[in-house]
Design a protein around this ligand. Sequence first.
Ligand code: CMX
Length: 134
Amino acid sequence: MLKKIHHVGVVVRDLDEGLKFWRDTLGLHLTKSETIEEQGVKAALLKVGDSEIELLEPLNPDNGVGKFLARRGGGLHHVCFETDDIDRELESARAKNIQLIDQKARHGLAGMICFLHPKATRGVLVEYAQPIEE
Ligand code: CMX
């Protein structure tokens, strides 16, 4: 079951510059920051109530996030729903013939994650995340 919006992804040109607004000006609390080579991004999660904002800086201009930045100049990138069973969620999406980006859940900043293709979701990139207890 999809439980809530876990985070909203926002693409920025420069993570530190992005933090100046989201953390320093708005006052959101930075909970995690990591370079995820496999996703080609530097990412940060900032808490707001029960949800988060995820900032993404592309590591190179040729990956999906890099092309998004070049084309749209940054801004809202994806919405992520939290689930307590990501494998079942993926199976359910597959059964509904929704085009998937990830055939299997993998590690991301928000835990185990997977993406549905924006072509199959009316133009909005959708992520599912199952947080990992730390
Ligand atoms: N929202 C909506 N549409 C998007 C999009 C987005 N965020 N990113 C790309 N698109 C659209 C493009 O506009 C383009 O549409 P048209 O064909 O109509 O022009 C199409 O998708 C293909 O875009 P592209 O620039 O050619 O980029 P790619 O196909 O190389 O990659 C995508 C697009 C979505 C498959 C890729 O970015 C991806 O796999 N994203 C998921 C992974 C990701 O974003 N990781 C970073 C987050 C890490 C984390 O949260 O942990």
